[in-house]
Write a protein that binds this ligand. Structure first.
Ligand code: 5GP
Ligand code: ZN
Length: 114
């Protein structure tokens, strides 16, 4: 989608600190990190949010969590733990309309979320 910031990052038209890139998923560091490690895992397919997922995306969702594990290990936060979260819609706190998963770690997380 032409006016989508994450699609622009995926195309390489906007720079980001890339952590991973393949046909189905890219991962890059969040521009406004909320933790010492804050990586966004983003499907290359433009989907507005979770509600756009279909049964055909089920394997992709598995890949998201496997990639989160790989990235967590590469940042050395696997032993201390981390959080993977996706925000959906306005009450979910979603600000970018391209589905993505936050990988947060490097400090203790609080619960409940704000
Ligand atoms: P959301 O609020 O939709 O769950 O998360 C969107 C995330 O994207 C935010 O954490 C925000 O900091 C990040 N973000 C927004 N624009 C950019 C950008 O241009 N580059 C990068 N690396 N992250 C961005
Ligand atoms: Zn997009």
């Amino acid at each position: 989608m032409s006016d989508c910031i994450f699609c622009k990052i995926i195309k390489g038209d906007v720079t980001a600190k890339l952590v991973h890139s393949d046909e189905r998923l890219v991962a890059f560091e969040d521009i406004n990190p909320q933790a010492p490690v804050h990586v966004l895992i983003v499907p290359t397919e433009h989907l507005n949010n979770n509600l756009a997922l279909t049964a055909a995306h089920a394997p992709l969702m598995g890949e998201v969590f496997l990639l989160a594990n790989t990235i967590a290990r590469s940042y050395g936060i696997d032993a201390t733990g981390f959080r993977v979260v996706t925000n959906c819609g306005s009450h979910g706190g979603q600000t970018v309309g391209h589905i993505h998963f936050h990988l947060l770690g490097g400090r203790p997380m609080t619960w409940p979320p704000g």
